[in-house]
Design a protein around this ligand. Structure first.
Ligand SMILES: [Zn+2]
Length: 107
């Protein structure tokens, strides 16, 4: 990579740092990562472990200053992640309605 210039597929290089599944310790295959979207230097990536089928989502930021990432284990498979990625946010009324539903229907 040229100094000071970020290549379009640089996020794939950053994934080499996340080589192991946090659930089973299996190695991520090179084709297990798929980009869901991004903005600027930030890339939202979904990984699927070939060994346990566990999902992992990471925000990978690649800039001339370096790279960083933050991720989480998820029960979303890739298709779920694509479907929900652009879904509208849950608003406060929906959260309160969900709380009230659980409060009155908890057995
Ligand atoms: Zn795994």
């Amino acid at each position: 990579m040229l100094p000071g210039k970020v290549q379009p597929e640089s996020w794939r290089e950053a994934l080499k740092l996340m080589g192991h599944c946090p659930l089973c310790g299996g190695n991520y295959a090179t084709d297990s990562a798929r980009r869901l979207g991004g903005m600027g230097v930030a890339n939202l990536v979904h990984l699927t472990c070939a060994k346990c089928q566990g999902g992992f989502m990471a925000m990978v930021m690649v800039s001339p200053a370096g790279l960083s990432s933050v991720g989480m284990v998820t029960d979303l498979n890739y298709n779920d992640a694509v479907r929900l990625h652009d879904a509208p946010e849950i608003d406060l009324d929906e959260v309160i309605n969900g709380y009230e539903y659980l409060k009155h229907n908890w057995y």
